[in-house]
Design a protein around this ligand. Structure first.
Ligand SMILES: [Zn+2]
Length: 145
């Protein structure tokens, strides 16, 4: 990484999706319903559980480890023109060890992936934003286990 890259502003693709605690391993930010136990990712913007309608939601940290439940190769950029990454890319559903399923990018070629494969969360550069800032996403990497 060059000096100029290090000075670039880093922006999450969306605020509030993840945190990086003191151990340095990123975690996704979710909600757990205190009444029925349902876990949500991302956090519920309404503040209400969609299963039991309770408003007693606690913030929880999810990950970083899980397994690929299913995946696909995306051959064209998503519609809307705001996508900053390259294509093709792999996208899938990962079942975290916490028991919750989340959607996200998977950092490997499709022929290197299989369902059930162990993956780990990381925060990666997606591309450059309009202000030449580094746009970051959460993404899963095969652990090789
Ligand atoms: Zn609930």
């Amino acid at each position: 990484m060059s000096g100029s890259e290090r000075e670039s502003r880093r922006s999450p693709v969306r605020e509030g999706l993840w945190t990086v605690p003191a151990d340095g391993e990123p975690r996704l930010l979710g909600h757990r319903c205190r009444v029925c136990g349902e876990v949500f990712f991302p956090r519920r913007v309404t503040g209400t559980c969609s299963r039991c309608y309770s408003q007693r939601l606690d913030e929880v940290q999810l990950g970083p480890l899980g397994r690929i439940a299913t995946f696909t190769a995306v051959m064209q950029p998503p519609a809307g023109g705001r996508y900053r990454g390259s294509v093709p890319f792999c996208y899938g559903i990962v079942e975290l060890d916490d028991g919750v399923r989340v959607k996200g990018h998977i950092a490997a070629a499709p022929d290197r992936l299989r369902t059930g494969m162990r993956v780990k969360l990381s925060i990666d550069e997606l591309g450059r934003g309009e202000a030449d800032d580094v746009v970051e996403i959460y993404r899963f990497h095969p652990t090789g286990e």
